[in-house]
Ligand binder design. Structure first.
Ligand code: NAP
Length: 358
């Protein structure tokens, strides 16, 4: 660990929402990545002010969110709810910080780039509002693999089903699953209608239904015509990141009793004919992707093995039986790492390189 003094002259980083599900993983990532930052300032709500959290092997005191908290900050990561980002990201930007925002507040703003460093790193340089958005975790859990395939075959259509972990709904999601699991563990529940619901009670946390011993075909809030907000995000954000405004996208988002790591089945249709051999070659060499696909040996990614890792894992690669231009994939990605904190850290590192090189 370099002594603090040697960090003089390096950019100052603020982590807003340092105490949350994403913020906690962010502090781990900042401790694991190359130590490019000067001061790292930890910010959360007044509830957390004074708490001490470890980053880069040092204890750092959390300060409450305020205008002064951004004094001297070069890059500010926002890992807070949408309304908090909507209010405070422009304030941080007005004080001179480049904001990298993990919330949904600015993702579809035409003046805010939506960046995945493996796909569109150049977009991070054009930020008229001083804000760069990080895509939502469901999109991010698949998009690096799809971007690599798109570059070769030309993507035309996506049909996606997600199997989303409860930590996608933050600390409250994880607390809810753990509480419900303790109530159903060791019982014979799950054999008659409503027995799980009666056991876990009305407190279903951020989910509309019990999530233990269950799957829930819903994530986010109600959008138009029966779609969920999460499903609309996957469609709109995939289009924006890939620069394909007319990409056909159909998504069904489903919550499953997994703590962390989203999984997705993907039917991807391309402009050109595809072969499994070429698709495997692309996925095996794409940065940020691991091909793990040997069903004969029982090898395919699952959240239990992928959690805590950085890459997008792809398995079950098949050509569609009835369409020689389409591939079927099973994709897993840690929603708190590449799905949130890691992608944000990568964007912030791009900005830091710009600042240091300027
Ligand atoms: N979870 C995921 O997989 C995921 C993935 C991609 C993006 N995101 C997005 O990332 C953001 C954070 O998500 P999360 O899952 O980490 O949520 P979380 O676990 O609920 O944490 C929320 C964080 O925001 C802080 N906060 C809340 N209200 C605040 C306020 N008024 N002022 C200052 N700080 C405030 C909290 O501080 P206190 O501890 O002091 O309350 C906490 O640090 C959200 O916009 C979410 O949509 C999440």
């Amino acid at each position: 660990m370099a002594p603090t003094g040697s960090r003089t002259g390096r950019p100052t980083l603020a982590v807003v929402g340092a105490t949350g599900a994403v913020g906690t993983v962010m502090l781990q990532i900042l401790s694991q990545h190359a130590d490019i930052w000067g001061e790292i300032r930890l910010i959360a709500s007044p509830r957390s002010a004074g708490r001490k959290l470890a980053v880069r092997g040092e204890e750092v005191e959390v300060v409450a969110l305020s205008e002064e908290a951004f004094d001297g900050v070069h890059v500010a990561m926002f890992d807070v709810p949408d309304d908090v980002s909507a209010q405070w990201a422009p304030i941080a930007a007005a004080k001179g910080a480049v904001v990298v925002d993990n919330s949904g507040a600015f993702r579809m703003d035409p003046d805010v780039p939506l960046v995945v460093p493996e796909i569109n790193p150049h977009a991070a340089r054009v930020r008229p509002r001083g804000i760069i958005s990080n895509p939502n975790c469901t999109t991010l859990s698949m998009i690096v693999a799809l971007g690599a395939l798109h570059a070769e075959f030309g993507l035309r259509e996506l049909v996606v089903s997600s199997y989303q972990a409860v930590s996608g709904a933050g600390r409250a999601g994880v607390d809810t699953l753990r509480r419900q699991m303790s109530l159903v563990a060791g019982t014979e529940l799950g054999t008659s209608p409503g027995d799980v619901r009666r056991a876990v009670g009305d407190q279903t946390g951020p989910f509309p239904e019990p999530v233990a011993l269950n799957v829930v075909p819903w994530a986010g809030s109600l959008a138009e015509d029966g779609w969920s907000s999460e499903e609309m995000k996957v469609r709109n954000e995939s289009r924006k990141i890939l620069g394909l405004p007319n990409l056909k996208v159909a998504v069904t988002c489903v919550r499953v009793p997994v703590v962390t790591t989203h999984s997705l089945t993907v039917h991807a249709r391309f402009q050109d004919e595809v072969t499994v051999a070429k698709a495997r070659e692309i996925l095996a060499t794409a940065p940020g992707v691991v091909l793990f696909d040997n069903p004969a040996a029982g090898e395919f990614p699952t959240p239990a093995d992928v959690v805590g890792t950085d890459p997008t894992w792809v398995g079950r690669v098949r050509r569609a039986l009835d369409d020689s231009t389409a591939l079927e994939l099973f994709v897993c990605g840690d929603n708190l790492r590449k799905g949130a904190a890691l992608n944000t850290a990568q964007i912030a590192e791009l900005v830091a390189a710009e600042i240091i090189g300027a």
